[in-house]
Design a protein around this ligand. Structure first.
Ligand code: ATP
Ligand code: MG
Length: 359
């Protein structure tokens, strides 16, 4: 197990899930591993009756997570919607891990996703040899989730062509999947539901039909409310990355995280934190997820090519890479920010110098 690059949530947090089960006092819906209250505790963290500490996975509004979990107990599916990097996939994985003990029933939606990726496919060698038969049928994660009473995950649902999306309608409303070739059907057992994610920034997305929309309850995941909240998210994620990657670097100082998060927030909001200077926003989204990547990158730089302590010079390239996505427009925006804000801020001279050297 130790050589696996990334464990599934249910593997990584196995101990927490077991403790939650032991301390269960709520009503556990059919085929769920935990009660809805315990699923929320797993996501947001908290202390159990026996004193065990559950770590927070999602940092943000409790009510949103409660709505998401409650939805999954009903006959409607859950759509997690929002800007890139707002933890939609992350929340979806952890919900599936806590509810079904299995976050792997996943379909990645792309423009090329066909019906057979959602319904079922055929093993062509067997199909030619035997004709349509149970043995020749290739079950999709959605079909398996229906049979096993688990949560299926569909990533980036809006990238899937509209007619393919609509194959979900029968599955979600009738809870069945007809297999006309075998003159049969697969009926979902209790515990089955779907979590889809979609972001509202990508080009070339296909709106959900209103028939399909009605079968989903949409929960919008927002950007973090405050600087402090965002710093907290970045800090926790970077610390867990550091553990897995075993980098020869020290934990980043909170001050460095604060600077990166501040730069991202100010550019994203188009105004400095003190409200005094208006800024132009670059074309990228500059999400929390990107701030996390910049810090991780900085750790690798400091660990392998620096003295193990993360400094401005280790972060500069990452910050510029995240901000300047369009080499012309974004570069102008960045230079303006550098000269009007970064240059004049107390204790930011090192960042200013490192960035100037690179651009
Ligand atoms: N509020 C938050 N709480 C905890 N982690 C967060 C939060 N916001 C972002 N993250 C972190 O950001 C990273 C990226 O999130 P994720 O990949 O789930 O984004 P996404 O919304 O699915 O983006 P995309 O639309 O690009 O698929 C994750 O590692 C997650 O831990
Ligand atoms: Mg995602």
């Amino acid at each position: 197990m130790s050589t696996i690059l990334r464990q599934h949530a249910e593997q990584q947090f196995q101990e927490e899930l077991e403790e939650l089960k032991k301390n269960e006092s709520g009503n556990v819906p059919a085929n769920w591993q935990l009660s809805p209250q315990s699923v929320v505790t797993y996501l947001l963290g908290g202390k159990l009756k026996n004193g065990f500490e559950v770590s927070p996975k999602y940092i943000g509004n409790q009510r949103l997570i409660e709505i998401a979990v409650a939805t999954l107990t009903t006959d409607r599916a859950l759509l997690l919607y929002g800007l890139p990097g707002t933890a939609k996939s992350w929340v979806s994985e952890h919900l599936a891990a806590a509810i079904s003990g299995d976050s792997t029933m996943i379909v990645q939606g792309t423009a090329g996703t066909g019906e057979e990726a959602i319904r079922y496919g055929w093993n062509y060698a067997k199909l030619l040899a035997e004709g349509p038969s149970e043995g020749a049928l290739v079950r999709t994660p959605v079909m398996r989730a229906m049979v096993e009473g688990k949560v299926a995950r569909i990533e980036e649902l809006t990238r899937v062509a509209s007619d393919v999306q609509d194959t979900l309608i029968t599955i979600l409303s009738e809870k069945t999947m007809p297999v006309p070739e075998l003159n049969t059907e697969v009926q979902a057992v209790r515990g089955f539901n779907v979590i889809a994610t979609a972001n509202n920034r990508d080009k070339g997305v296909n709106e959900l039909s209103s028939a399909l929309k009605r079968r989903f309850n949409t929960v919008i995941l927002p950007l973090p409310n405050s600087v402090e909240e965002e710093i907290d998210i970045v800090k926790r994620r970077v610390e867990s990355f550091e553990k897995v990657m075993e980098l020869p670097a020290e934990k980043p100082a909170l001050e460095e995280i604060r600077r990166v998060v501040t730069i991202f927030r100010e550019l994203r909001n188009g105004i400095t934190d003190d409200g005094k200077t208006k800024l132009k926003s670059p074309s990228g989204t500059l999400s929390t997820a990107e701030a996390i990547s910049v810090m991780n990158n900085g750790l690798a730089m400091a660990g392998y090519f620096g003295d193990g302590v993360i400094k401005a010079a280790d972060l500069a390239a990452g910050v510029i890479g995240a901000v300047v996505k369009d080499p012309v427009q974004d570069k102008i925006v960045w230079q303006e920010y550098l000269e009007t804000v970064v240059k004049h801020r107390d204790n930011w001279k090192d960042i200013y110098r490192s960035c100037r050297e690179l651009i």
